[in-house]
Design a protein around this ligand. Structure first.
Ligand SMILES: Nc1ncnc2c1ncn2[C@@H]1O[C@H](COP(=O)(O)OP(=O)(O)OP(=O)(O)O)[C@@H](O)[C@H]1O
Length: 229
């Protein structure tokens, strides 16, 4: 199957008071094939968030090559990067970042509203379909604030799927949830992967969840330390 993500020799330095530069990623090679569900683990400060931000086109590497769904991102201008990010990548964070004044359905429609040009009827149908997927059909007109943490995270997952991305990046998606909610949210991600074929890269400190992924990539001090199938 095709690669959804290909990183070659990705390096990232931060300028901490010029001329001092600190390199936090020291040459990362990583490939994710379509339909894989991969855990990214590693100690605090090992560079997981930095790597996720680069893969998500929220930050640029200092050097190296990054391909997302076959597109060489180093060749893209800002507008093209933003377009690729919006269409190819969905984000799920530890905190859901839902808009509290909006209903569940309106939150799910947000990426399509931002993308512009999607007919209202189509956005509503997509939101309904996705809320059904995450088991929240009956909550479509409820404000996000009236929902439990686990339900809010399910809305955030539905929102991440709104543009039908090939890749979902999840940064500690169950980190704020109690054990039972974390378990069911993780099971939902696996079901989306199995039934929709969406590729996942999931940062987690939870080894029990990491063991339930297809593959574990371990980052230590800005280098891939180990990969386990
Ligand atoms: N904007 C920045 N400027 C300077 N240094 C940074 C910046 N962002 C991150 N760093 C440094 O890069 C290193 C990696 O940080 P990063 O947040 O990627 O680690 P992490 O593995 O995600 O950690 P955690 O598990 O605690 O979230 C750390 O030493 C951090 O201090």
């Amino acid at each position: 199957m095709a690669d959804v993500l290909a990183l070659q020799a990705i390096r990232k330095s931060y300028a901490i008071g010029t001329p001092v530069e600190t390199e936090v990623l020291h040459g990362i090679d990583l490939t994710l094939r379509a339909g894989e569900f991969v855990a990214l683990i590693g100690p605090s400060g090992s560079g997981k968030s930095t790597l996720l931000n680069i893969i998500g086109l929220l930050d640029s590497p200092t050097s190296g090559r990054l391909e997302v769904t076959g597109a060489d991102t180093t060749q893209l201008d800002d507008a093209a990067r933003t377009r690729l990010r919006g269409h190819a990548i969905g984000f799920v964070f530890q905190y859901h970042y839902l808009i509290s004044a909006f209903t569940a359905a309106e939150n799910v429609m947000m990426p399509m509203l931002v993308d512009r040009g999607h007919p209202d009827r189509q956005m509503e149908q997509r939101a309904d379909e996705l809320l059904d997927w995450v088991g929240l059909s009956r909550w479509r007109n409820n404000r996000a604030t009236n929902m439990s943490g686990g339900q809010q995270q399910r809305v955030a997952i539905a929102r991440a799927l709104a543009m039908e991305p090939a890749l979902v990046l999840a940064d500690e998606p169950t980190g704020n949830l109690d054990t039972a909610s974390a378990d069911s949210v993780f099971a939902l991600l696996r079901r989306i992967n199995a039934e929709r074929g969406t590729t996942f890269l999931v940062v987690t400190h939870n080894m029990a969840l990491a063991e339930r992924c297809d593959r574990i990539v371990e980052l230590v001090d800005g280098r891939i330390h180990a990969e386990r199938a």
